[in-house]
Design a protein around this ligand. Structure first.
Ligand SMILES: [Zn+2]
Length: 509
């Protein structure tokens, strides 16, 4: 009669509210019911191995060690478990050991859903995959990744996915990335300089908007964005790993915020060039501490709905609102000395912008109604291509997983594994870019864009004159990239001459 044994273990995937005993009892009943159904009899009590110790690896689990020892004696036909993951959390040494022991002793693994014969190539692969799919395994992989990222930071590399404002990411010949200052580095210096010379974060944000300085994302500057720049140690050449979370505690019925350094926090000198001197940075930190982020509205509210948007056609500089004391009408002027640009009444320009938006809206509607049908016929072909790429991506992932297994079994060297890994990652990103491009085509970005833009434009045009100047400005900067202004002939009191300026509108949407 075939000898079967049963192995029971509570794993991390089981409810934390259930005790080990409860889990094992539940599993035992389930497996015994299964055995009665499948083999006509339950497993003998003395052949049930109950793991009550929770160990990460096999060597820390006494019952598992006993089980392997007993199997090696060669008289056990099968081990019954609720799922493969009960045998191992998926560490590679463990997988290797289990697979070999079961394989060479011809011991089967029986679960209620499948029986594994590890001498069968397919079963073995499936079994390994099952182990690697478990939650425990994911944590294991995460640990490996975290270790790698920590090491990179310790080496001074930059591991962020997005480069900070003022820097570009630069690939290093050997491994990883560092940063190199770009043209926005001057803006970073400017921000620090203005700040330590007394301009607060709120006014600084407004100042940047009025100067037409673009933020990292192109979004309008906010005090919080300015603050983030002012507190980022990357600018003094330091890279960090892990977050220093702000802990809130109550003290004397007041909430105290502290930022304790946790074990996972690493700070090292980066390989990149600092933009800001340490003294300047430290001064900024002190100023920030003495004036914690206030949300007080500065007296410099935005009075120009077109602030930062209109550029002079002749010199390329931003145009500014110029108030007059005697007259009500502020104008829009180019401040460049010697520029032949002639100013106009601000409200005339503003009205024209709205009229132009109406024209754009009409164009958009026309485009959408004309291209919708044509596009549909092309989309099938793109879909096919995307599917093909998905298949390639999937097999890449599998290759990498296999390489990792081999590496952990010492079948390939670290160099080989690293090479494979880098190759896979690069290939993956290439395919993903390709896929993105296809998806964009598939979406027909322009069509999609215009379709989405239509209700926004409609709303904007409809609501515009009901809004405050500040909200008008917000709205316009959200949809307009820039406006080129052109006017070279003056004539204040001639109605035609006053509105003889030309605008060119560039939309973001
Ligand atoms: Zn100009």
């Amino acid at each position: 009669m075939p000898k079967r044994i049963e192995y029971l273990r509570k794993s991390r995937t089981d409810s934390q509210f259930e005790s080990v005993e409860e889990v094992l009892e539940r599993h035992e009943k389930m497996l015994q019911d299964f055995c009665i159904r499948a083999f006509g009899e339950p497993i003998h009590q003395q052949n049930i191995y109950r793991e009550v110790v929770s160990g990460e690896t096999i060597s820390e689990r006494p019952m598992m060690l006993k089980l392997l020892e007993d199997i090696e004696k060669g008289d056990i036909d099968a081990v019954v478990v609720v799922e493969p993951q009960r045998l191992s959390r998926g560490s590679f040494g463990d997988i290797d050991r289990i697979v070999n022991t079961f394989k060479y002793t011809n011991t089967k693994i029986i679960t209620p859903t499948k029986t594994y014969d590890l001498n069968e190539k397919f079963d073995r692969k499936y079994f390994e995959q099952e182990l690697l799919r478990g939650n425990d395994y994911l944590e294991y992989v995460k640990e490996i990744l975290v270790r790698g990222r920590k090491r990179s930071v310790e080496d001074g590399l930059y591991i962020g996915s997005i480069s900070p404002y003022g820097y570009d990411k630069m690939k290093l010949p050997k491994k990883g990335y560092t940063l190199t200052p770009n043209e926005d580095a001057e803006n970073v210096k400017y921000i620090f300089d203005k700040f330590i010379n007394g301009l607060g974060t709120t006014n600084l944000a407004k100042h940047l908007i009025e100067m037409g300085i673009k933020s990292q994302t192109g979004k309008q500057w906010t005090p919080a964005m300015v603050r983030n720049i002012l507190t980022n140690k990357i600018y003094i050449g330091i890279v960090t790993y892990g977050r220093r979370e702000t802990k809130k505690t109550m003290k004397n019925s007041e909430i105290i915020k502290t930022r304790p350094i946790n074990d996972d926090y690493i700070e090292t000198k980066g390989l990149h060039m600092p933009i800001i001197d340490k003294e300047v940075f430290d001064k900024a930190q002190e100023l920030l501490k003495s004036s914690p982020s206030k949300n007080i509205r500065g007296d410099k509210t935005i009075k120009n709905p077109l602030a930062g948007l209109v550029k002079c056609k002749y010199c390329g500089n931003n145009m500014f609102r110029r108030p007059y004391d005697k007259r009500d009408m502020p104008t829009l002027i180019c401040k460049t000395i010697g520029c032949k640009c002639v100013s106009s009444d601000l409200n005339l320009v503003e009205n024209r912008v709205i009229e132009l938006l109406k024209v754009e809206l009409k164009d958009y509607k026309y485009y959408v109604s004309n291209y919708e049908t044509e596009y549909k016929s092309n989309s099938k072909e793109f879909e096919k291509k995307v599917k093909k790429i998905d298949a390639e991506l999937k097999s890449l992932k599998e290759d990498l997983q296999n390489a990792l297994i081999k590496y952990n079994k010492n079948k390939i060297s670290e160099a080989e594994y690293t090479f494979l890994r880098n190759y896979t990652l690069e290939e993956e990103s290439r395919l993903n870019r390709l896929k993105m491009a296809l998806n964009e085509k598939l979406k027909n970005e322009e069509l999609e864009h215009k379709r989405k833009a239509i209700p926004i434009l409609e709303k904007c045009i409809h609501e515009y004159y009901n809004l405050s100047v500040e909200d008008r400005h917000k709205l316009l900067t959200a949809i307009i990239d820039k406006i080129i202004y052109e006017k070279s002939k003056g004539g204040r009191w001639d109605e035609d001459a006053r509105s003889s300026f030309v605008l060119e509108l560039f939309l973001k949407i």
